[in-house]
Design a binder for this molecule. Structure first.
Ligand code: BGC
Length: 482
C-alpha cells in the first residue's frame, strides 16, 4: 500500500535535493574553450549508444541554466547536486591551462543557487575524464591520482569559499566496471578481471589525496565537508537457508560496496574476501603479472577516514545465488562468484535493471549503519525511470517516491540511521548514458524534439514539491513571546 505525503516526517534540517551530472545535461560539448572528454569521444564513435545519440546538446544547461534554476525553485529544493565538467574547467585536464569561461559558468551557477538560498553539492568527477588524460593512460595510470588532486585543489581554491559540500568521485564502481571491464561506458575498455581493480584503486588513491588536500589546506578556512558517492544495490540470498547463497550474497556486497567502503570507512584495505578470491583465482588460472587487486602503498596518504559523510546512490535490489560453476576465465564476475536473480514479484520500471524495491533502501541503510560505524548519510541519488510514450501523470513514480521516503523515515526513526538528506535522480530528463534519451528519470520532462528544450514538471515533480513544502510548513518557526 502506498503512503500519503502527510505521514512522512523528517527533521527540520533535512536536505531536500535533486541531482544532475555535467555530461548528462550541459551540452555545449566544444563551446567556449571546453576540451573533449572521454564521453564525447565514446559517443562520437558509432554503435556505442542507443540510436547513436550523444550529449553534444543534451539539455543545453550550459546555455539554459536560468531554466534549470526555475525548475529548482519550483520544486522548492534546499539543495542541488551538480557535477563540474573537468575538461570545461581545465581543457587538457591539467592546471596549466584554465578555461576562464568554464570558471565563469560554474561561478554563475553557484552564485545564483546561493542567492536563492539553495545549497550546492558539487561532484568533481561524474564519468567524464578529459580525453587528454585518457590519452596518457587515464585511470589506469598511477599519475592520475596527482593530476586529480591538482584539479580538486584548483576547485577548492576557486569555488570553496561558497561550496561546502564536495564529492570527489561519483560511483567509482561504475566507472571501473562498466568502463574498463564491460566496455559499455567510456572509455570502452574490455579488459576483464584486471583493469577494473587497477582503475578502482587509482580512483581511491585520487579521492584520498584530494580529501587530504582539503583537510590540510582548506578545511580550516572553508569549513566544508568532502566525501565520494558510492552506489550499491541491496542484496539478499535467494534461499536464505542455503549457506552457499548466503556466502554468495556476502561476496556480492563486498565486491560492490565493500570494495570502496571498507578501505575508506573501516579498515584502510579491501575486504578480505576480495583479496583471497582474486588471489586464489589468479593462481588457479596461472595469472602471474602481480596482484590483480593492487596493494595500498605506504607512500600514498592513508585512505582510511577520508570521508566526512557517507554518500549513497541507491536504485535497486537483487536476490543472489551461488553460481553452479565457475569458468576458468579471468573476470570480475568470476572473482565475485555471485549470480544475480530478479525476484519476479518486483516490478521493473523503464530500464531492465531497475527493479522497484523501496524497502531495499531501508535495509541497505541499516546495513551501512551496522557495518560502517554509524556514519551520517546523504542519499545522493535515487530514482525511477520511464521508457516509451511519455507519461506526464507519472503515478507510479509518485508512489515510488512516497514509498521510498517512507522507508527512509523508518530507517531514521526505527533503525536509528542518521540520514541528513535525500537527492532525487534526476532534476530533469537527460542523457542516460548508453540508453541515450530513451530513458527518462526527470522530475521535469524535457522536450528533446524542440530546440527550446522546454522543461515541464511531471506530476512526480508536483508531489515532490508538495512534500518539501509540507515539511517547511511543519517546521516553520512558531511565534514565541509576544
Ligand atoms: C548515475 C547517473 C545515472 C543514474 C541512472 C547513477 O548510477 O550516477 O549518472 O544517470 O545512475 O542510471
Amino acid at each position: 500500500m502506498s503512503h500519503t505525503v502527510d505521514e512522512i516526517v523528517f527533521p527540520s534540517h533535512f536536505a531536500w535535493g535533486a541531482s544532475t551530472a555535467a555530461y548528462q545535461i550541459e551540452g555545449a560539448w566544444n563551446a567556449d574553450g571546453k576540451g573533449s572528454s572521454i564521453w564525447d569521444t565514446f559517443c562520437h564513435a558509432k554503435g556505442k549508444i542507443f540510436e547513436d545519440q550523444n550529449g553534444d546538446v543534451a539539455c543545453d544547461s550550459y546555455h539554459l541554466w536560468e531554466e534549470d534554476l526555475k525548475c529548482i525553485q519550483q520544486l522548492g529544493l534546499s539543495h542541488y547536486r551538480l557535477s563540474f565538467s573537468w575538461s570545461r574547467l581545465l581543457p587538457d585536464g591539467t592546471t596549466q591551462h584554465v578555461n576562464p569561461k568554464g570558471v565563469a559558468y560554474y561561478n554563475k551557477v553557484i552564485d545564483s543557487l546561493l542567492a536563492n538560498n539553495i545549497t550546492p553539492m558539487v561532484t568533481l568527477y561524474h564519468n567524464d575524464l578529459p580525453q587528454a588524460l585518457q590519452d596518457i593512460g587515464g585511470w589506469k595510470s598511477l599519475e592520475i591520482a596527482d593530476v586529480f588532486d591538482s584539479y580538486a585543489k584548483f576547485c577548492f581554491e576557486t569555488f570553496g569559499d561558497r561550496v561546502k559540500l564536495w564529492l570527489t568521485l561519483n560511483e567509482p564502481y561504475v566507472c571501473a566496471k562498466l568502463g574498463h571491464e564491460d566496455g559499455i561506458f567510456a572509455p570502452g575498455l574490455k579488459e576483464p578481471g584486471v583493469s577494473v581493480y587497477l582503475t578502482g584503486h587509482n580512483m581511491l588513491r585520487a579521492h584520498a589525496k584530494a580529501w587530504h588536500s582539503y583537510h590540510t589546506h582548506f578545511r580550516q578556512a572553508q569549513k566544508g565537508l568532502v566525501s565520494l558517492t558510492l552506489n550499491s544495490d541491496w542484496a539478499e540470498p535467494l534461499d536464505p537457508n542455503s549457506p552457499e547463497d548466503v556466502a554468495a550474497t556476502e561476496r556480492y556486497m563486498a565486491f560492490i560496496l565493500g570494495w570502496f567502503a571498507n578501505p575508506i570507512f573501516l579498515t584502510g584495505d579491501y575486504p578480505e574476501i576480495m583479496r583471497s578470491r582474486i588471489d586464489a583465482f589468479s593462481k588457479e588460472t596461472g595469472y602471474s603479472e602481480g596482484p590483480r587487486l593492487p596493494k595500498f602503498s605506504p607512500d600514498d596518504p592513508a585512505v582510511l577516514g577520508t570521508a566526512d559523510f557517507f554518500a549513497l546512490n541507491y536504485f535497486t535490489s537483487r536476490k543472489v545465488k551461488a553460481p553452479a560453476s565457475s569458468p576458468r576465465k579471468l573476470s570480475f564476475k568470476n572473482d565475485q562468484g555471485a549470480e544475480e536473480v530478479l525476484d519476479p514479484s518486483w516490478p521493473i520500471c523503464g530500464v531492465s535493471w531497475l527493479a522497484v524495491v523501496p524497502d531495499g533502501l531501508r535495509k541497505l541503510l541499516k546495513y551501512i549503519k551496522d557495518t560502517y560505524k554509524s556514519p551520517t548519510v546523504y542519499i545522493t541519488e535515487n530514482g525511477f525511470s520511464q521508457m516509451g510514450p511519455v507519461e506526464m501523470e507519472d503515478m507510479k513514480r509518485c508512489v515510488y517516491y512516497r514509498d521510498t521516503l517512507h522507508e527512509i523515515s523508518k530507517a531514521m526513526r526505527e533503525d536509528g540511521v542518521d540520514v541528513r538528506g535525500y537527492f532525487v535522480w534526476s532534476l530533469m530528463d537527460n542523457f542516460e548514458w548508453v540508453d541515450g534519451f530513451g530513458v527518462r528519470f526527470g522530475l521535469f520532462h524535457v522536450d528533446f524534439s524542440r530546440p527550446e528544450l522546454t522543461r515541464t514538471m511531471y506530476r512526480s515533480g508536483r508531489e515532490y514539491a508538495a512534500i518539501i513544502s509540507n515539511h517547511r510548513s511543519r517546521h516553520k518557526p512558531t511565534q514565541t513571546g509576544r
